[in-house]
Every structure is written in C-alpha cells, then in structure tokens.
Design a protein around this ligand. Structure first.
Ligand SMILES: [Zn+2]
Length: 325
C-alpha cells in the first residue's frame, strides 16, 4: 500500500489536509493526521515512546483546556483506542509530561501495548524512553502509521459515546470502590470524580506529590470513561498541577494505564499525577522514579498517609475555585 516516497508523502498529505498554520519548525507536516479539528491535532511523533505511539497536541501556541477542547480531545482518544481495539490492541498508556515552570505546549501520548510483545520488556522500554528520551523512528514508519489511520478513516467517522447517559453509580470489588479506602485517601471530592492520595507514592516528600484522579462510578478502561468524567478529571489535573507548581514543583507526569499489559494494577480507571521538583531531573532522582514506576514504591505508614491526606484536604479545599463563590 506504501506507494509513495517520503517527500511525495508530505506533498500527498498536505494536498489532502492543507498546510497547517502553526509553528512548522516544531512539527513535520507529514506527521499530522488530523489538522482539521479546532483545538487539537493528532501527530505521529518523531520519537515515540513505543512503536505505534500517537500524540495529541494543542493547535494553539498556548494549551487550551476549555471544556470544548477537552471534549474534542476525549473523542480523539476514544477514536484511537477504539481503532486499536479492532486491531486486538486493548492495553495502552496515556502519558503526558508537563513542565510547570513555563507554558510550553503540552501533549498527550497514547502508547499501545500489543499482545505479541514481551510484557516486561515493553514496559521497561517505555519507562526507559520516558526517563531518558526515546530514539527517533524513520519517516517511512511514520507514514505507515498515518496510512493505517487514514485507510480505516478513523477520524472521519463520528464518535458515538454509548455510555454518555450512565447516571447510576455502580460499585465494583476493587479498592477504588471501597468506602474505607476512599475515606482514608481522598483529598478532594468532585462532582463525578474524586482525587485520592496514592498510598504508595512514586514520589513523595518535600515538593513531591502523587495524586490519583478516579471516577466515583466503577469503570475499568479508558474506553468506559464518559465524556463528562474525562473533562472533570482533566480539569482537576490542571488545578492539581497549578497547586503543585505553587508548592515548588517543576514537572508533572500525568498518566493513565489501561490493561494489565500496560501496568494497570487496580481494575478501576484512574489517572496518576506525579509532581516533582527540579532535582528529580537529575540522574539519581530519575533512576528512583524509574525504579518506582517499574516495580512500585514502598507504601506509606498509616500515620504518614494520614498526615499527608489531612494536610492536603485543607490545602485543596478551594482546588477548583468554585467554593469561594
Ligand atoms: Zn471500581
């Protein structure tokens, strides 16, 4: 099916989608699958965290986290993971690294974990690439990724959210459905989504945080998440990132694992937000976070967790700014 060379490929996609107007020095035109959305574009990255990785980037120079932009992002991610599901890929990581010290454009990367790979090796490679930088892939590989999505018209079909009108809160048997766990770990309660503090934080201590953003309703995979749950969890993660910045953090890692292969340990959809100070950028800190992400960190004692949680409940009372009104 690959009947064009790289330069003709660029011309080919540009002729179909038009030339994007944003900063072209940052991105190669040919990477773009969908430049036609209002706030987001889909990009095949030059340096993917794993083969087949897809990024969703803001179109504007400053990241747009309005409700409409988040809705657009939600439907794009659902289209991507929905397409992967038809290809028997049901495990994936949604990952974002956010600099808190400047307003640089952030993006989300959706990383597939196909069943034919060796699970531990897949996880190790992704974590390595996250911690130390990913190698570049050839333009041919990038074009073949673009072709997959265009051949199946993944983005030209509307996304129908069949679970949009779920109202009833169903409980599962996992820890995040247990009242005792929520009572012990919550630091902020939202409308459909709560924020917990991780009982075994990857990073913890002075200027380090590990939050979990979880829907109140039991749902297992990202594909089960409703649009409004997604919008609220993303808005909360923005507010938490602002909070971490005020507390002296420099970098936030925001990630969500779907499926055992991708490292999902609790069978209830949850978004991690790990924030660290600059020193974590240094090699030793990186290695510690890398080790903790791979094999897990040791749990906090009851007292440590209680202190942390009580302290954060006070500080996060006005997290969304709504309670001041
Ligand atoms: Zn649950």
């Amino acid at each position: 099916m690959s009947c064009f060379s790289a330069p003709t490929g660029i011309a080919f996609f540009s002729s179909i989608f038009g030339t994007p107007t944003e900063n072209i020095s940052l991105i190669n035109k040919a990477e773009i699958i969908v430049p036609s959305y209002k706030t987001r574009k889909v990009v095949v990255p030059e340096r993917p965290l794993a083969p087949g990785s897809i990024q969703i980037r803001s179109i504007a120079n400053n990241p747009n986290f309005s409700e409409n932009a988040l809705k657009e992002e939600y439907s794009l991610i659902q289209k991507i993971v929905g397409f992967w599901a038809t290809q028997q890929i049901v495990d994936y990581l949604i990952y974002e690294k956010k600099s808190l010290s400047d307003d640089s454009i952030s993006y989300r990367e959706i990383v597939p974990y196909p069943k034919n790979g060796l699970q531990l090796w897949q996880q190790l490679k992704v974590l390595w690439n996250i911690s130390f930088g990913a190698p570049s892939q050839s333009n041919n590989l990038r074009f073949s990724e673009v072709t997959k999505f265009t051949n199946y018209e993944v983005f030209s079909r509307p996304y129908v959210n069949k679970i949009e009108d779920i109202q009833e809160i169903v409980k599962g048997t996992d820890p995040f459905c247990r009242e005792t766990v929520i009572e012990k770990q919550w630091v902020f309660k939202g409308t459909e989504v709560n924020v917990l503090y991780d009982a075994a934080p990857i990073a913890n201590g002075d200027k380090k945080f590990h939050f979990l953003i979880i829907p109140q309703r039991h749902c297992e995979k990202f594909s089960d998440l409703t649009e409004s749950e997604y919008v609220e969890s993303q808005q909360l993660s923005q507010h938490l990132a602002d909070f971490c910045k005020k507390e002296g953090c420099d970098t936030a890692f925001i990630f969500q694992k779907t499926g055992e292969r991708a490292g999902q340990s609790v069978n209830h959809c949850h978004l991690h937000l790990v924030a660290t100070a600059t020193k974590t950028q240094q090699l030793f800190g990186k290695l510690t976070v890398f080790k903790n992400m791979l094999i897990g960190a040791s749990g906090l004692s009851e007292d440590e967790l209680k202190n942390r949680v009580n302290n954060l409940r006070v500080k996060l009372v006005n997290l969304t700014g709504k309670k001041d009104d």
